[in-house]
Design a protein around this ligand. Sequence first.
Ligand SMILES: O=C[C@H](O)[C@H](O)COP(=O)(O)O
Ligand SMILES: C=C(OP(=O)(O)O)C(=O)O
Length: 449
Amino acid sequence: MSTVADDALAAGLDHFRTLEARQQPVWPDQDALAAVTSRLEHAAPLAAPADADTLKERLAAAGRGEAFLLQGGDCAESFADAHADRIRNKVRTILQMAVILTHSASTPVVKMGRMAGQYAKPRSSNEETREGVTLPAYRGDMVNGHAFTKESRIPDPERLEQAYRISAATANVVRGFTTGGFADLRQVHEWNRGFMANPAYARYERTADEIDRAIRFMDACGADFDALRSVEFFLSHEALVLDYERALTRHDQRTGRAYDTSAHFLWIGERTRQLDGAHVDFLSRVANPIGVKLGPTATPQDALALAERLNPDNEPGRLTFITRMGAGKIRGVLPALVEAVTWAGVNVTWVTDPMHGNTITSESGYKTRRLSDVLDEVAGFFEVHQALSTVPGGLHMELTGDDVTEVLGGAEQISDAGLALRYETLVDPRLNHQQSLELAFQVAEMIRQ
Ligand SMILES: O=C[C@H](O)[C@H](O)COP(=O)(O)O
Ligand SMILES: C=C(OP(=O)(O)O)C(=O)O
């Protein structure tokens, strides 16, 4: 039975319904939506509030320079790809990158997947036209189907429940891979040695040798490698479809606060971060650690107002700003934001997303990115923080553990013609397994410098 306090909490949580909510599906059948959300309201949480609190502590540490966040995964997960092999490859890629970054940063790396819930996408246009046929845009498997047919593109609320079930299964598989010995440091190191066997990566030999020596040194000192067989791994996605996020929000008896239990960490996208909008209001009322994407038009005033609204108590670890400026803009735009926030004494963890500001259309018509631009934005991020003596807290990447061809460049020299070989993403281009490791090695070099 709900108490008066529960009802008051619920009333606040529903305030977003009175505000403008951008990028929401137009569900054709409201009764079906109500039936699904009422079932989800009674479903088991996907992420435990206590783990979300732990993550907040880790992110606070990243904000102080005592840890570094690595957040990565698909642009859009798909129901069809939620099988163990693909999930394992993604987890493995993140673990491999984390070892490289841990060594160079000499701090713990907080590992977080854009996984087990990244099923909804904001779009630039509500419609998509192909060969003269116009249909509603694909908005993620949580909303409608990717197939370009009229039926498939109709938003179907049953997909919310499917997203929940597949997220639960994915979270379970992730847990298996991060606690069952797969994450053993020696094992991850062996994979990285396998990667280094390719002469194309000779320039990373020095870093790889140093990691090798460090691990042998630990071994010689009698380090308990068995204690390193499990790693903490957190789950995150964009809090976009508010019907889903609200239905999975629970009152935590332990703290008396509301937690969105669809993930440990939720972020608000660049297209939905309006101060008076529904997304900001809803996430201001849950206790999870949260992020906000900041694109090149974000002003210092925007950043300060968002921080005031989303973290009025100035709690360390509560708020992460994920900047996605574009390689050509970050050095010009980021300093004013960081300076304003720092001068105001606002606690924020700064993370770079070097993907979303660097999207281009290739000559052959593919939506793609250049690995060189991605790396340049990361370099700009470190340069800005170094110049201001502030803390670069982490990386937010769109990546996959598979051998796709979606991003141009890298040692494999993926060219425009090569994109067609295995271009599999449903929306935005992701780094493939090799490109992700190359990026980790290059970021390691930047951190060392
Ligand atoms: O991932 C981010 C956005 O959803 C995406 O870039 C929007 O893509 P669109 O411009 O193809 O709609
Ligand atoms: C949509 C995304 O990014 P942004 O809001 O930065 O465009 C995303 O990260 O999937």
